[in-house]
Design a protein around this ligand. Structure first.
Ligand code: PGA
Length: 277
């Protein structure tokens, strides 16, 4: 397939329209009892002002989802339920997998698709990412499609090429209205769990590039509406600067989302920036 042209998308108007999303990816941490305590604590820390101009999601392990859903609903906590992964089929003989309609039934709103740890440790391919993304959309949930380059690719100057290839593989052929509603997470692999955060400038450059690739695939309107998170060692002290970039519409937070106090501080830092967009 010919590569679409990467275009510069009118950013300022778009940033004002896009509501940032701050997501906590708990990975393989917190059993359901710890998860209940963590979201209860988060609920006590978040005020209406914190979520007035941004969305928040938590992505616990599968075994915690039902418990977390109950706490969020019962207490009216303004946090959306997210999952970390699912399979691309709706049912069948796939031992160990979880189907998208099961997540939809639990009130899951966002599903991470193609996180680098799924790609690296579980062999998830670009084709599987594309199929899973479509399965999540079929069940009216929002995929958060993760893309990012390795340290080696960055050093070789291949960052943009890598991001272009991953975005095309995941999104090519999707109708523009669906693309507009997606979330992409730009997560440089060398920044995940390492304490080494991308500079705000590097995050902005990569996110603007991703938006340009999306514009080439689905048009400027869809690209201007799509939200792009930055992920990789986001903390309370760097969240505002990262989310303050024109093309960065929120954060995907791993380690720092496990403690409710730290995650709330990140949300609050992002909220001050989001309010001024
Ligand atoms: P980190 O993880 O914040 O611990 O770097 C981010 C992620 O993998 O989503």
């Amino acid at each position: 397939m010919p590569r679409p042209a990467v275009r510069e998308v009118a950013r300022d108007a778009g940033a004002a329209r896009r509501r940032p999303l701050v997501s906590g990816n708990w990975k393989m941490h917190h059993d359901h009892l710890q998860a209940i305590r963590s979201v209860q604590d988060l609920g006590l820390r978040l005020g209406a002002a914190d979520v007035a101009s941004l969305d928040v999601s938590v992505h616990p392990p599968f075994t915690d989802l039902r418990s977390v859903q109950t706490v969020l609903e019962d207490r009216g906590i303004p946090v959306a339920l997210g999952a970390q992964h699912c399979f691309s089929e709706d049912a069948g003989a796939y031992t160990g997998e979880v189907a998208p309609p099961m997540l939809a039934r639990l009130g899951v709103s966002y599903v991470l698709v193609g996180h680098s740890e799924r790609r690296q440790f579980f062999g998830q391919t670009d084709e599987q990412v594309a199929a899973t993304l479509r399965a999540v959309l079929r069940h009216a949930m929002t995929p958060i499609v993760c893309v990012g380059e390795t340290q080696e690719e960055r050093e070789e100057g291949e960052t943009e090429e890598r991001l272009t290839a991953q975005i095309i593989a995941a999104l090519a052929g999707l109708p523009a209205e669906q693309v507009a509603g997606l979330v992409v997470a730009y997560e440089p692999i060398w920044a995940i769990g390492t304490g080494q955060t991308a500079t705000a400038e590097d995050a902005q450059t990569a996110c603007a590039h991703i938006r340009g690739v999306v514009a080439g695939l689905a048009g400027d309107d869809a690209a201007g509406a799509l939200r792009i998170q930055y992920g990789g060692s986001v903390r309370p002290d760097n969240a505002a600067e990262l989310v303050g970039q024109a093309d960065v519409d929120g954060a995907l937070v791993g380690g720092a989302s496990l403690e409710a106090a730290t995650f709330a501080a990140i949300i609050q830092a992002a909220a001050t920036v989001a309010a001024g967009r």
